[in-house]
Design a protein. Sequence first.
Length: 380
Amino acid sequence: MELKPFLLEQWLANFEQEIKYNLGASTGPHWTVDELLGLAGEDARRRMSALALTYGPPAGNASLRTAIADFQGVSPECVQAVTGAAEALLILFWLAAEPGANVIVPAPGYPAFSALPLSLGLETRYYRFLKERGFEVEVEEIKALADGKTKLILVSNPHSPTGAILTDAQMDHLHTFTSDRGIQLVSDEVYHPIHHSKKVQSAARLPRATVINDFSKAFSLPGLRMGWIIEHDAQRRERYWNARAFSTVCSSSLGEFLAEIAANNRIAIIGRAQEVTSRNLRALTEFMHENESVFGWIPPRGGMVGFPWMKDGQNARAFCLAAAGEGVLLTPGDVYDQPEHFRIGMGVSGDAFLEAIKHLERLVGHWRSARENRSRHAVV
């Protein structure tokens, strides 16, 4: 088995720990353990100190599953705890890997969406998010890719890195299509319910859809390494439990404890992420409009990242390297095979975002001047 290089994580690892303004990451404002425990009342620290560090139930402890189920509007039996959405993806692609099978995934998309199925020998088909059509989702394009050997269709809603969304009507349409053909519909909802336009519902409401989510993005707690699968089909849940027995067995006791606190205090936690991201998105959109000769921009309709592009069509990596030199981390689009784009996060930098934008303003001024000088010399 050969896994292609994880270029996104390689880029972040090179800069993330030392950069002053992190606009390259895709999560929200950080929480400390002390802040999280403070949401749970005075006895939370005592309960954590007394926590037994033992093996837990493969599906997750009952109180965590109940808290997640309440968030998702399902019964607790439908919840499978996992080690982040990453383990959910591994389990789902692992179980889809049959000889001759194919899966349908978005492009661009989180690199594991393609690397995992390809490494497992699955034919991987792509539907596209194109700036030329405003990053709008084309359900008919997705349907046209499916055939009798399609095992799984994956959607990302809100989508990363573009911030596009599938409407409730589009999800209903896709759910009917996949249900009629025995195809598993998987909705990656790690940014749900962070929206910047009309809100959409979770696909957990749909009886044949599988939902994956985690505490890393909308909850802004990536250090917990906790996530979940919502699955209404009891036979599929049995297969998830069995697959997990061969990988992580169960979740961290401490991670589950803190995740339960987060789930029970989701209004405060997600509300903070929504407030910070929405405020910073307004500033970012103003910045993009002021520099529309340099950047193309489609404001994200959900999530915590946007996906602008260089108007001149050049590879954005040079601009991202220049920004890093000024202390501002961006993520070049070539890690998504979209070299003219770059990813910019509105959440993780929190209140420092506005200061980071000022640094970018200065950089763009130098960048624009250099580009105009090159154009003049080319004409001469």
